[in-house]
Design a protein around this ligand. Structure first.
Ligand SMILES: NC(=O)c1ccc[n+]([C@@H]2O[C@H](COP(=O)([O-])OP(=O)(O)OC[C@H]3O[C@@H](n4cnc5c(N)ncnc54)[C@H](OP(=O)(O)O)[C@@H]3O)[C@@H](O)[C@H]2O)c1
Length: 216
């Protein structure tokens, strides 16, 4: 699959680039700055020891235009501005929102006030794309250790069942990551909230815990 990463120069985007390239997907790392994107793509290529595909870098617009599936890995603060400029490039494509709209207040993570969820705001900003939300509780630091299998689940939600299935299939390329179908996009608010909860639990226990669903 040709995968574009909007804001792919940050830890989450780089982590996904490492994993997807390792699995042989064609990855375009997007950025507001073409030089930064090229530098990160070159660093991901240099760090890859086992072949796989070679990520390239591009401005976000070109990353979106070239991709079949687009992952949104910008911070919430830049999400709507980024997406509103890319309506044409994203039309008809599967777009995966990884964004958790979190702020730290008094040492605690909490959700910023959003209209339902960041994912639903994204879907309203670009109505012509096929929106899915996923990966909220998968830490970038784990993704970046490309040789180590993960040991976690990610709940995947969206209103387009075929798009959810396509995203679950792509995520299955990451060893040790199990995707769990979580139904409609309205559930994204709980996944985004779970991210704040997980950050607070990890701070309390000085831990690096993640989430698993049992019984499915
Ligand atoms: N970090 C994690 O462990 C993790 C886990 C799950 C989900 N997520 C989600 O993934 C997203 C990215 O996380 P991150 O830690 O990688 O974030 P980050 O490093 O703060 O940002 C990622 C990239 O977004 C671009 N960016 C920054 N501010 C922007 C703005 N105002 N407008 C447009 N682009 C902007 C930057 O790329 P350029 O300067 O190159 O354009 C930056 O390298 C977040 O929404 C987060 O909730 C993160």
């Amino acid at each position: 699959v040709r995968i574009g990463l909007l804001g792919g120069t940050g830890p989450e985007g780089r982590g996904l680039a490492v994993r997807f390239a390792r699995a042989g997907h064609d990855v375009v790392i997007g950025s507001r700055d073409a030089t930064r994107a090229a530098g990160v793509a070159s660093a991901v290529r240099a760090a890859s020891t086992d072949g796989g595909a070679s990520p390239t870098g591009a401005v976000n617009r070109d990353a979106a235009a070239r991709a079949e599936m687009v992952f949104v890995t910008v911070p919430y603060a830049g999400m709507l501005t980024t997406l509103e400029a890319l309506g044409h490039e994203l039309a008809g494509k599967i777009c995966v929102c990884t964004v958790a709209p979190i702020e730290m207040v008094g040492g605690q993570a909490r959700l910023k006030p959003v209209d339902g969820s960041a994912a639903e705001e994204a879907a309203r900003a670009v109505r012509s794309a096929r929106w899915v939300a996923a990966l909220h509780t998968v830490p970038a630091s784990d993704l970046l250790r490309g040789e180590e299998p993960l040991a976690t689940d990610t709940l995947v939600c969206g209103d387009d069942a075929a798009a959810r299935t396509a995203v679950l299939e792509v995520l299955a390329c990451i060893p040790g990551l199990r995707g769990v179908d979580a139904g409609s996009l309205a559930n994204a608010r709980y996944l985004e909230g779970a991210t704040a909860l997980l950050i607070n639990v990890n701070r309390l226990h000085r831990a690096h815990a993640s989430l698993r669903v049992v019984g499915i």
